[in-house]
Design a binder for this molecule. Structure first.
Ligand code: AVI
Length: 335
């Protein structure tokens, strides 16, 4: 019900500023228009999670391979130098945990005693990922935290003694799906609420790579990203008990890498003028032909933007590892 209200609100409001990137690239100043949107969260129903998982295996979407490359080469050193005996690791939004395995392997080899908390919104994916790990790494204690990031931070604050060394892991450039301001205040909330001085935060962040690389990463040659984004329309229909709200045939996926703001922008474009409507909550929205509806931002970070983020969050930079192609960084921050 609250997701329905969020969809209705976002569709009715024109609140997302948009500047035509073609005009910006040509050196002009385009008109600023305000667009409708739908919540990014709609991309993650079971089918969306499954398509995203497939995206992480394709070359065009280089982010996952880059992060895995970093872990392959540096997980041992990371555990040796930064994971204390008796530490607690908290992975936010762990998903399929493909990269986590490298860290767990290094922990098991080190003989250190570690408790690993995995936070995820999907109970079934938590169970499916954790069960085999408990068998593979009997020396590590696994705990699944089913809920939002905020739930887990509150839980950690209540349940983990303050003097236990903690390391948070936020991988896969998930930070990119928040605005820079949201990212800073999210980190600041953890720093203030659930970290002690000396505690660590390991964060995978994508760089402001070339226009070509980013355009391909978010509009891959297999069409998986297009399917991932368009599936969000079907999910809206499901959320509204298949009234239906959207007809997929009326929309196409628009992928734009905005070099000025350093972010990929994902939109639905209405292929014809038509009205979309639903009941409970009731709304009716007239879409113009060609109208764009925003569904996702994926922010990319320069070194300066990482530094600004850390200042705002009151964290210090203590380490950085980069993939062989120099496209992606794993950063270690400390309170
Ligand atoms: C989950 N998140 C970090 C992905 C990203 O890169 O923004 C989601 C995604 N969207 C399109 N492709 C992948």
């Amino acid at each position: 019900r609250s997701l329905r209200a969020a969809v209705a609100d976002a569709l009715q409001a024109r609140s997302v500023p948009f500047m035509d990137p073609r005009v910006v690239r040509a050196g002009g100043t385009p008109d600023k228009t305000l667009l409708r949107s739908v919540p990014t969260m709609l991309l993650y129903d079971d089918r969306g999670l499954d398509i995203f998982d497939r995206i992480t295996y394709i070359d065009d979407y280089y982010l996952t391979a880059a992060e895995i490359d970093i872990f392959r080469r540096y997980a041992q050193a990371l555990v040796r130098d930064h994971v204390a005996d008796g530490a607690v690791l908290v992975e936010l939004g762990c998903g399929a945990m493909r990269k986590t395995k490298f860290v767990l392997e290094a922990i098991a080899e080190s003989g250190k005693v570690v408790t690993y908390y995995a936070v995820d919104l999907s109970e079934s994916s938590l169970r499916a990922s954790l069960l085999p790990l408990t068998k593979m790494f009997p020396s590590i204690r696994f705990v699944g935290l089913w809920g939002t990031y905020d739930d887990s931070v509150a839980w950690i604050r209540r349940s983990v003694p303050a003097d236990t060394p903690k390391m948070y892991l936020w991988l896969g450039s998930s930070i990119g799906n928040l605005t820079r301001e949201e990212a800073a205040s999210f980190l600041r909330g953890i720093v203030d609420g659930a970290m002690e001085p000396g505690d660590l935060f390991l964060c995978g962040i994508d760089r402001r790579n070339s226009f070509e690389a980013l355009s391909l990463a978010y509009n891959d040659s297999h069409g998986l990203t297009r399917e991932f984004i368009l599936n969000g329309l079907d999910h809206v229909n499901a959320v509204f008990d298949n009234q239906p709200v959207f007809d997929r045939a009326d929309f196409e996926y628009v992928s734009i890498y905005n070099e000025v703001d350093g972010r990929h922008e994902a939109y639905y474009r209405a292929l014809r003028a038509h009205t979309v409507s639903a009941r409970d909550p009731d709304f009716s929205v007239d879409l113009a032909e060609g109208e764009l509806i925003n569904v996702e931002y994926s922010y990319k970070y320069s070194a300066q933007e990482v530094a600004t983020l850390l200042d705002a969050a009151r964290l210090h930079h203590v380490g950085k590892w980069t993939d062989a192609k120099g496209m992606y960084d794993l950063h270690l921050f400390q309170k």
